[in-house]
Structure formats: C-alpha cells, structure tokens
Design a protein around this ligand. Sequence first.
Ligand code: FEO
Length: 169
Amino acid sequence: MDQEVSRLLNEQINKEFYSAYLYLDIANYYDSQGLDGFANWYEIQAKEEMDHAMLFYHYLHNNDVPVTLEAVAKPEKTYSGLMEPLETALAHERYVTSLINALYAAAQKVHDFRTTQFLDWFIKEQGEEEKNSSDQITKMKLYGGDAKGLYMLNSELLGRTYAAPTLTL
Ligand code: FEO
C-alpha cells in the first residue's frame, strides 16, 4: 500500500478513538446535567466511533499493513450550556468529513481503488452524522427553550439503541 495512504489510514484509527472520547465527554456533561436521554445518545455515538476505529484497524491488518496505536488526546472542552456540546459535535463531524475526504483523495491519486471502495461507506456515514448533529441543533433551538420541550427531546434521545455498523470487511 502507498505510504501516505497507509499513514492516513493509521492516523484515522486515532481520530476515531478521539471522536469516541469526545462524545463520551459530551455524554458525561449531559449526565452531570440530569439529561439521561442526551447522555444516552452520545454514549451510543461514542460506541459507534470505536466501531469506526476498529474498521480502520482491521482494514489495515487485512492488507498486511502494520498498525501503530498512538495516545488518544484528552477532550479539553468545558461546556457552558446545553447547546454548546451539540455545536461542538457538528463542528467535529465536519472536521472528520474533511479527514475522510483527504484520505479518499490520497487513495484516488495513487489508484488505490480498494481503499476508495472501503472509504465509500465512510463518505455516506459522514453525511448521516452531519445531518444528525445538525438536526439536533435545530430541534434544540425549536423545543429546548422550555422545560416541557426539553423533557420531550430528552425522552426522544433516550430511545436511541446501539446498532453495529453495516459495513463488513
Ligand atoms: Fe467516525 Fe462520527 O465519524
């Protein structure tokens, strides 16, 4: 495999684990605020990010590329309101989309079509993740301003259940 492509794939393992850690930190914040539904949603999101990390890990191993595991950074953000974590999540997903796009471009440049095909799933997934984040902000703006609306929103997010990723290697 091309060195730059394998370097970026390896780096993505760390980025996905960091995403998991960031979302666990958001769950942690909402738990501390008594919003178990919001916390549930982000705890499940954290699990999904770990799944993403493991997909990159297995993809590299399946292609006989050695994997290096680096330290996962500490989520440094402190939140001053209920909306802020949602905005942080959307900005973060947009950033992850840019990483996946850069990875895709690097693979395409060297005609590594196995990798571009692997990444197709992530391209679509990023679209869904950005939409989910953006929808949450919209709903929070619409309904989060009063106690009853916030209660309903929290109940809705409590209903999210974990599902393993649809991509298999
Ligand atoms: Fe693994 Fe939320 O992107």
